[in-house]
Design a protein around this ligand. Structure first.
Ligand code: ARG
Length: 443
C-alpha cells in the first residue's frame, strides 16, 4: 500500500511506468534521506509535534536504518514507491504509530529536494578530491619534465617549441579553473530546501534555520517556491561544472591519442595499459583514452539533456523532475571513473626526450631567430621578412636555442602559482562544515 493510497490503487502498469528505474536510483539517496529525517524530526520536537520520548525512539531507529544502509542491508521493497516511502514504512513497522508522525510539515517534494542536495554535495566533495589528485599528478609531471621540449602546433602544423612541462601544466591549470565552476555549483547546491514542503510551506511553525544548521547547509532556499525550482537548477549548474571538467579531460584524452600515434610518438604507456587487435598482431591501441574521450563527449551533452528535460516546466513540482536522476547519477559515476583512470594512466606515462633534434623541426625555432635579430636592433617586420626569405631560399641556419623566460613560458612555467590557484579554490569549498554536521546527526 502506497503512503498516499486511500481506497483505489493505481494499476501495475501505471506503477511500472512511473517508477521505472527510479527505485534503483533512489538507493543512492538512502543515507541522505535518513539524514534529512534525523534533522526534520529533531526540529519537529522543538515545535512540539513530537514529544521528547517519541523523538528518542525515532532517532534511535533512523540511526539503525542508517547503519543498515551502510552495511548494504537496505533495499526498497517492490511495494514501496521510492526511498522516502521505504524509510517511513520501516519506521512504522518497527516503532508503530510514532513512525506515522514524522511526515508532519513535510512533503516528498521537499524531502527529495533535501536528499538530492545532501547527496550531491557529497558527490561534489568526491569529484573535487579526485580532481585534486589528478591535478597534483599533472603538476608533478610538469615539474619533472619542464625541460623536455616537444613541438607546439597551430592548425596542427609544426609551430613553435613547447615542452612537456607546458603541456602537463596547461591541463592542471585548466582543472583548477574547472573547480571554480564546481565551487559555484557547490554554493548553489549547499542550501536547504527542507520546510518548503510541497512548494508552499506549511501552517506548522517550522524552524527552517534549525534544520539548515543541523544538516550543515550554508543557508536556506528562502522562497518555498524557489526551493522547488531548485530541482533542475541545481542539476543544471552542477552539470555545467561536470561538463567543464569533462571538456578538459576529453581534450587531454585526444592529445594522448594523437601523441601516442607512431607518426608522433611523443609519449608511450607500458603495453599492459594498451589493447590489441584481433587481426593485426602488432597493434597497441590507446583504447583507454578513446573511451575516455567518448565518455567526456557524452558528459558534455549532460547540460543539454537537463535543459531539454526541464525547459518549459512551470514553477511547482512535476513528476518529470524524477527523470533528472536518470541522467545525472550515471554521469557523476562516469566522471569519477574518468578522473580516476586518467590519474591511473599518468602514473605510467613515458615521455620521449630529444624530439626536436629531428630535421622535421628545423624551422620550429624560426621565431627565436627573428627575435634574436630584433634584439640586435632590426625592426621586427624586417627581421621577420629576412628570416622568411632565408627559409624560402635555403639560407636558413637551423638554430635550436630557446630562451623563453616570461611567465607561463617554457623557461618559467609558474607551476607554484598554478598550485596556489588550486589551493585557494580548494579552501573555499569548506566541506568540513557539512561533514561535521552529518557526523553529529548520526552519532
Ligand atoms: N520519486 C519522486 C521524484 O523523484 C519523489 C517525489 C514524489 N512526489 C510527488 N509529488 N509525487 O520526484
Amino acid at each position: 500500500m502506497k503512503i498516499w493510497q486511500k481506497n483505489i490503487a493505481s494499476t501495475a502498469e501505471v506503477d511500472r511506468f512511473t517508477v521505472g528505474a527510479d527505485r534503483e536510483l533512489d538507493l543512492q539517496l538512502a543515507k541522505a534521506d535518513v539524514l534529512g529525517s534525523l534533522a526534520h524530526t529533531r526540529m519537529l520536537q522543538t515545535i512540539s509535534l513530537l514529544t521528547g520520548e517519541e523523538l528518542e525512539v525515532v532517532q534511535r531507529e533512523l540511526k539503525a536504518i542508517y547503519r543498515e544502509i551502510e552495511a548494504g542491508d537496505f533495499r526498497i521493497d517492490d511495494g514501496a514507491e521510492d526511498v522516502h516511502s521505504q524509510v517511513e514504512a520501516l519506521l512504522c513497522e518497527r516503532i508503530g504509530d510514532t513512525g506515522k508522525k514524522i511526515h508532519s510539515g513535510r512533503s516528498r517534494n521537499d524531502q527529495v529536494l533535501v536528499d538530492l542536495r545532501i547527496f550531491l554535495r557529497r558527490e561534489i566533495y568526491e569529484i573535487v578530491g579526485l580532481t585534486e589528485q589528478l591535478f597534483s599528478s599533472l603538476s608533478s609531471l610538469a615539474e619533472q619534465y619542464k625541460n623536455v621540449l616537444m613541438p607546439g602546433y597551430t592548425h596542427l602544423q609544426i609551430a613553435m617549441p613547447s615542452s612537456f612541462g607546458l603541456w602537463f601544466s596547461a591541463y592542471s591549470e585548466s582543472l583548477a579553473d574547472d573547480l571554480q565552476m564546481m565551487l559555484a555549483a557547490y554554493r548553489i547546491t549547499n542550501r536547504n530546501p527542507l520546510g518548503s514542503a510541497a512548494g508552499y510551506g506549511s501552517s506548522f511553525p517550522l524552524n527552517r534555520s534549525l534544520t539548515t544548521e543541523l544538516l550543515g547547509f550554508d543557508s536556506l532556499c528562502y522562497s518555498s517556491v524557489y526551493a522547488q525550482m531548485g530541482r533542475g537548477k541545481t542539476e543544471r549548474v552542477l552539470s555545467q561544472a561536470i561538463s567543464s571538467i569533462a571538456a578538459t579531460l576529453g581534450k587531454f584524452a585526444l592529445d594522448n591519442c594523437l601523441y601516442l600515434s607512431q607518426n608522433f610518438s611523443f609519449i608511450s604507456y607500458p603495453p599492459e595499459l594498451t589493447t590489441g587487435s584481433s587481426i593485426m598482431p602488432h597493434k597497441k591501441n590507446p583504447d583507454v583514452w578513446e573511451i575516455m574521450r567518448g565518455k567526456c563527449n557524452l558528459l558534455q551533452a549532460l547540460p543539454n539533456q537537463i535543459t531539454m528535460l526541464t525547459t518549459n516546466l512551470p514553477s511547482g513540482y512535476h513528476r518529470d523532475l524524477q527523470l533528472l536522476k536518470e541522467v545525472l547519477f550515471p554521469a557523476i559515476q562516469s566522471l569519477k571513473g574518468c578522473l580516476e583512470m586518467a590519474d591511473y594512466m599518468l602514473a605510467h606515462i613515458r615521455v620521449r626526450e630529444g624530439i626536436l633534434a629531428d630535421k622535421m623541426y628545423d624551422y620550429i625555432f624560426s621565431v627565436e631567430v627573428v627575435n634574436d635579430l630584433v634584439l640586435s636592433g632590426v625592426p621586427f617586420r624586417e627581421a621577420y621578412r629576412k628570416i622568411g626569405l632565408d627559409i624560402e631560399n635555403g639560407n636558413y641556419n637551423p638554430s635550436r636555442a630557446v630562451h623563453h623566460t616570461h611567465e607561463g613560458s617554457i623557461g618559467n612555467l609558474c607551476i607554484s602559482s598554478i598550485n596556489e590557484q588550486m589551493q585557494s579554490v580548494k579552501t573555499e569549498f569548506n566541506f568540513e562544515k557539512f561533514l561535521t554536521a552529518e557526523r553529529e546527526l548520526i552519532c
